[in-house]
Design a protein around this ligand. Structure first.
Ligand code: NAD
Ligand code: DAU
Length: 358
């Protein structure tokens, strides 16, 4: 039996980018386990080598299915992306975050441990993909998050991811499961679901709709091009030390307003609006996100020093590629804007939320 790599959440944004890059550069086949929630798009995997890709439509909470996948596909590694990932949704409806992010990770860990033991503890790795949000919020002058920063999650999303990180850590320390955890910053790039800041702004701008900025627009995130993130994950999977955590960042700290203005300026250049109107005229300040973390920043010196990974894209180069991809893929945009998507946008951005516009 050929060994494989099990990728959960492989039909989502980062998972699908990871699989495209993996199959283009590595020999090992991939098995995907994905529940195809609103954020999972099977078409994201079109164009990959089908002979080396097995797709299982199912839930990480399904312990029997998880056990069967381990038995049938004998993966040499798990890369665990599957999660509910949108902070705003976690504020409106946290239940699914607890179920998938905490219980689902637990079910997967339990299945992985049984398989690891049955395999005789030989050459297996479990890589858990997590987030910088578990470290909480920074002030403007605070030092960036290191792997030793104490956890202080502030949203139901980040709390659920923090809980899952703790379970992963416990499975290493208690049972010796060879786990790795990566905590990365805000990804952007092709296939990102348009509920997240950058694709939402691109799509709204193209339709002449308001560009909703929460609060004063001065919340800071570190932006990481998804391709760089996927390369970092492959690096950690190949060379990371079991039981360790690695922070991954893009060296691109920016305030939200600056990000949106950059998107607008690029759209002005690549797809000028009718009548010479500047896209930035659509910027609208709306009610802030409850508990909105002010700043995230990543100190990625551990992965860079130990494993030699560095991001290749600057924000300027990555955002140009990203906007180019959205402009070139109207069929994908139409596909993901389902009834569910429209309903989310209508509820989240009701006109009463708008405070002022410029
Ligand atoms: P996404 O929302 O685009 O995709 C999530 C995928 O998981 C979807 O394909 C969905 O169908 C699948 N899924 C959800 N619940 C499932 C379940 N119960 N069983 C099986 N599959 C299920 O998410 P993303 O942005 O690609 O993020 C992937 C991972 O990276 C997540 O764990 C997220 O917490 C983490 N992360 C994301 C970012 C980011 O900026 N997007 C940054 C840091 C960490
Ligand atoms: O930091 C890593 C995290 O980045 C990941 O763990 C999450 O899965 C991912 O969704 C992302 O979380 P954020 O909340 O930072 O991303 P989002 O794109 O939702 O928002 C980015 C910033 O933009 C944030 O400060 C909120 C703001 N924002 C967002 C939306 C959707 C707006 O101002 N307006 C909006 O309409």
């Amino acid at each position: 039996m050929t060994e494989s790599v099990l990728v959960t959440g492989g039909a989502g944004f980062i998972g699908s980018n990871f699989i495209h890059r993996w199959l283009a550069t590595e020999g090992t086949p991939v098995v995907v386990l994905d529940a195809l929630t609103y954020a999972g798009v099977k078409k994201n995997l079109d164009g990959t080598d089908e002979r080396r890709l097995a797709f299982v439509h199912g839930d990480v909470n399904d312990g029997e299915l998880v056990a069967r996948i381990f038995e049938e596909h004998a993966p040499r590694a798990v890369v665990h992306f599957a999660a509910e990932s949108h902070v705003d949704r976690s504020i409106v409806a946290p239940d699914a975050f607890i179920r998938t992010n905490i219980n689902g990770t637990f079910t997967l860990l339990r299945g992985a441990l049984a398989y690891f033991r049955q395999r005789g503890g030989d050459g297996f790795r479990f890589l858990h993909v997590s987030t910088d949000e578990v470290y909480g919020s920074l002030g403007p002058k605070d030092a960036a998050f290191t792997e030793l920063t104490a956890y202080a999650p502030n949203s139901p999303y980040s709390a659920s991811k923090a809980a899952s990180d703790h379970l992963v850590r416990a499975y290493y320390h208690t049972y010796g499961l060879p786990t790795l955890i990566t905590n990365c910053s805000n990804n952007y790039g092709p296939f990102q679901f348009p509920e997240k800041l950058i694709p939402l702004m691109v799509l709204n701008a193209l339709e002449g709709k308001p560009l909703p900025i929460y609060g004063d627009g001065m919340n800071v995130r570190d932006w990481l091009y998804v391709g760089d993130h996927c390369d970092a994950i492959r690096t950690v999977l190949a060379k990371g030390r079991p039981g360790n955590t690695y922070n991954i960042g893009g060296k691109s700290e920016m305030a939200n307003l600056e990000v949106v203005q950059t998107v607008c300026a690029l759209l002005d250049e690549l797809r000028p609006a009718a009548g010479g109107r500047k896209y930035s005229s659509l910027i609208a300040y709306v009610k802030d996100r409850p508990g909105h973390d002010r700043r995230y920043a990543i100190d990625a010196s551990k992965i860079s020093g130990e494993l030699g990974w560095e991001p290749r894209e600057t924000f300027q180069s990555g955002i140009r590629k990203t906007i180019g991809w959205y402009l070139d893929n109207p069929a994908w945009i139409a596909l993901v804007r389902s009834g569910e998507y429209r309903q989310w946008i209508a509820t989240q951005y009701q006109s009463s939320h708008s405070q002022e516009s410029s």
